[in-house]
Design a protein. Sequence first.
Length: 362
Amino acid sequence: MNDDWQSFLSGQHAAFAADPARVQHYGDASGELSAAASTAVLCDLSHCGVLGFAGDDAQSFLQGQLTCDVREATRTASRPGALCTPKGRALATFRLWQDAQGYLLQLPADLLEPVRKRLSMYVLRAKVKVSDRSADSIRLGVAGPKAATGLIEALGLAAAGALPDAPGVLEHGRIQVLALDGGRFELVIPPDEARALWQTLAGRFTPAGAPAWQWSAIAAGEAMLGVPTQDQFVPQMLNLDLVGGIGFDKGCYTGQEIVARTQYLGKLKQRLFSAHLPRPAAASTTEALPRPGDLLFTADFDGQSTGMIVDAAPAPGGGFDLLAVLRTDSAARHPVHWQHAEGALLERLRLPDAARVAPVSA
């Protein structure tokens, strides 16, 4: 986050986390979560970074590295996807689209530099430039039941069909509006227009910290990997095959052999589930909060872990909502416990709506 934008948000009563790029809240964390569920919130997304790919070979280069079909990521549509190891394990998940300068790949800021370095190693003689384009724009997220109607009014759009359905992208002047699953929208704004637009949007939506946006992404079933969850899952375990994040007809890419074998041999035994964890009684310390990478247990595996938390956030009304990769057979037949076999019990266990598959009862 640049100093000017951070100073502006501080003037809007933003309280920052230890990471200076992450807004924690604007003075009412629980109220912001409630607004995300009942009305709509406005969130700064500086905790996400953006890589840019420009040049004649940008598309073919990315096509050989990413799981999604890069040809489908345009200035009118975005795509989710993953960057994998040769063994087919996801190192990062992201959203990919284009602007006038080339491809944009958004992912958590703490993974941006490692991913940039890794992809740059494979450029070789290709005509493609890989760069950090995070400072080229301010990204704002709007989420909640009233997000679409509020954006139509704020941007002065005609009501009928003014905003695209996910995963469409609308170019409105110098602003790009990305439609995301779960009724969420991301606005990519030139820095010189960001302050004025924030003031306009803040008149219609509740300014909220990153946890509110994180919760809305979890509610939509969008799994974003972080450092604790890298190299743990093949992309199908994150339901990327169900939301357009894997191109099975596009040809080879790093990890493609394992991803394709998993798909066509029918050996996938784990999927991404959403769940709720009531706030533990001892939650006065951060050690008692669910975190990405925490293990989950069921009775049928004799003390062995049957899953892992991918993401977790405070939930409106208390407790935590989370996304977790679990063995589907175990999740269907046994209660799922956090941290150990006798740990806190996960509630409301189901496959996310974005997966477009029937809920599984725990």
